[in-house]
Design a protein around this ligand. Structure first.
Ligand code: CP3
Length: 342
């Protein structure tokens, strides 16, 4: 039994004394303890070494004390396992030396055996669960198939992912074959993570908002929904689509336990679009963590009042920025804990 189960209770829609809180990318560069390990080991070494991944996962639990841990890893371990080389270039970010640009390229992409290719993630989960000692739940995650396609085809980060979009629009058949391969791999991967011990999973559709609503329903949502349907019998599933407010109504009708909301959508509009019945997660503007602490705490309390304390998980609207002072990240979490009894 997990001692602090607020997060799981909120995902199940149960009444809580206060909402739970965690931060997307909470294991990261704003923490000096993380930077110390980053100096010694390159990015994928940190992902592939269970002792390092587990240590980085629990750092924020010790330092900023959120109500859930998220396994340190990356969405890009999936394309790596599928025979698509991905590097992390310092100062550049994700880099794919041979991006996917044709049906022939798609044919070279495999649906791998998970134990063989991603067994190191399962080892990291086992070790992390030991270190967490049932204090808080552990979240596992994957990118959405569309977001993974963005990197696999574009070859790097982008403001608009034009190359990835033009691949989908000019070679839709090849795009759908690739999306289905990523979906099949992701389902097998997340199922294995759940069997190994994660308590909930989140699907990050970080680039879903690059698509028009119509294209979203062609190239992103149907694949996310396959993952939701496959995982829902085993665990709680959170879907976070950045910039995807236009799909919240469709998402709310799925079997997802909770939906992530970014800061461009108000709590009232998000509740309205989702019918008021599904748990929502978000949506503090990550840059708002720079607000002076007393005002920051008030803003957090107002956000909780607006979403409502039940069926709600406090979070940022996207990942925490590397330049955020640690005491401001702590204040964000403390503000939620102080909400109790208000
Ligand atoms: O704390 C956590 O949330 C868990 C760890 C986590 C990482 N990546 C670690 C990481 C999670 C959940 C991710 C997901 C991820 N990775 C997403 C989806 C979430 C989002 O922010 O939209 C995406 C799009 C990626 C791809 C990726 N990996 C990018 C764009 C970058 C940043 C590149 C850069 O240098 O700015 C990464 C690298 C990465 N993944 C870092 C961390 C802590 C920073 C680089 C490092 O530590 O060396």
């Amino acid at each position: 039994m997990i001692k602090n189960d607020l997060f799981l209770r909120a995902l199940r829609g149960e009444e809580v004394s206060r909402p739970p809180v965690w931060m997307m990318r909470q294991a990261g560069r704003y923490l000096p303890e993380f930077m110390a390990l980053k100096e010694k080991y390159d990015f994928f070494t940190r992902c592939r070494t269970p002792e390092l991944a587990a240590e980085i996962t629990v750092q924020p639990i010790r330092i900023v004390k959120p109500d859930a841990a998220i396994l340190f890893s990356d969405i890009l371990v999936i394309p790596q396992a599928m025979n698509i080389d991905v590097e992390m270039k310092p100062g550049v970010g994700p880099w794919v030396p041979k991006p996917i640009r044709s049906a022939a390229d798609v044919e070279q992409v495999i649906v791998p055996d998970i134990d063989e290719t991603l067994g190191y993630v399962m080892d990291a989960i086992r070790l992390t669960k030991e270190m967490l000692n049932n204090e808080v739940p552990l979240i596992g995650f994957a990118g959405s198939p569309w977001t993974i396609l963005c990197y696999a085809v574009e070859g790097k980060g982008s403001k608009s992912f034009d190359t990835a979009k033009s691949f989908c629009f000019s070679q839709p058949e090849a795009a759908h074959v690739l999306l289905q391969k990523i979906t099949d791999t992701t389902i097998a991967y997340l199922k294995e993570k759940v069997k190994t011990g994660v308590d909930a999973v989140q699907i990050f559709d970080s680039w879903g908002g690059m698509l028009s609503p119509e294209d979203y329903h062609t190239f992103s949502w149907p694949y996310i929904n396959q993952i939701v349907e496959a995982l829902e019998p085993m665990t709680e599933v959170i879907v976070f689509g950045k910039g995807c407010w236009f799909a919240l109504d469709t998402m709310a009708k799925s079997k997802a336990s909770a939906l992530g909301v970014d800061w461009t959508c108000s709590p009232e509009i998000a509740r309205n679009l989702t019918g008021g019945n599904i748990t929502l997660q978000g949506n503090f503007d990550p840059s708002r963590l720079f607000t002076p602490i007393p005002e920051l705490k008030k803003m957090v309390h107002t956000m909780i009042d607006r979403f409502g304390k039940d069926k709600y998980v406090v979070n940022l609207g996207h990942g925490i920025l590397p330049t955020v002072p640690v005491d401001h990240a702590k204040a964000f979490i403390e503000a939620v804990k102080e909400y109790e009894g208000k």
